[in-house]
Design a protein around this ligand. Structure first.
Ligand code: INI
Length: 158
């Protein structure tokens, strides 16, 4: 029997791309800070001159899949992290944006074979989004951890 699982031992050598939505930037920039903190504490160079991390900004969560796809196709990254925030109270087309972002990200991940982490907060209120972006807990940190695990797991299976 083989037990197959990602580890955090070789995290420092992983190449990572992050795609961040500018919409609800108050939230997504906090998610990005949490994400970078986690990557840095696992040995990834997050400086401006880093050769193992690139960050792309898109207008909103709806655009996350296409840019993730473009980055994944370059075969330069072990894992791509998407960061967005869709808030139901402020968004009449909440369901459309969330549905397209989630379906698109899942499709890109399966089609390219590069793990794409779904880091899109979907909340009823801005207060809930703030709580998940740092007031209580910063889910950006968790998304980065999930990225390291999935990057490692995919490398192990390749
Ligand atoms: N994009 C988001 O990331 N979050 C939102 O809450 C949101 N709202 O409220 O509409 C949102 N809309 C923009 C959308 O993602 C696209 O950028 C836009 O429709 C252009 O394609």
């Amino acid at each position: 029997m083989a037990t197959i699982e990602g580890t955090f031992q070789n995290s420092s050598s992983l190449r990572v791309a992050i795609v961040v939505a500018r919409f609800n930037d108050l939230i997504t920039s906090k998610l990005l800070s949490g994400c970078l903190d986690c990557l840095s504490r696992h040995g990834i160079d997050v400086s401006d001159s880093s050769k193992q991390l690139d960050i792309a900004w898109v207008p909103g969560s709806f655009e996350l899949p296409i840019i993730s796809q473009q980055l994944a196709r370059q075969r330069k990254y072990d894992v791509v992290i998407t960061l967005g925030a869709v808030i139901r109270g402020d968004t009449p087309h909440f369901d459309v944006v969330v549905s397209e972002a989630s379906k698109g990200i899942a499709t890109v991940s399966r089609d390219t074979g590069v793990p794409i982490i779904f880091g899109v907060l979907t909340t009823d209120t801005m207060q809930q989004a703030l709580e998940r972006a740092g007031i209580k807990n910063n889910l950006g940190w968790s998304y980065a951890l999930q990225a390291l695990e999935m990057g490692s797991l995919m490398n192990e299976l390749s």
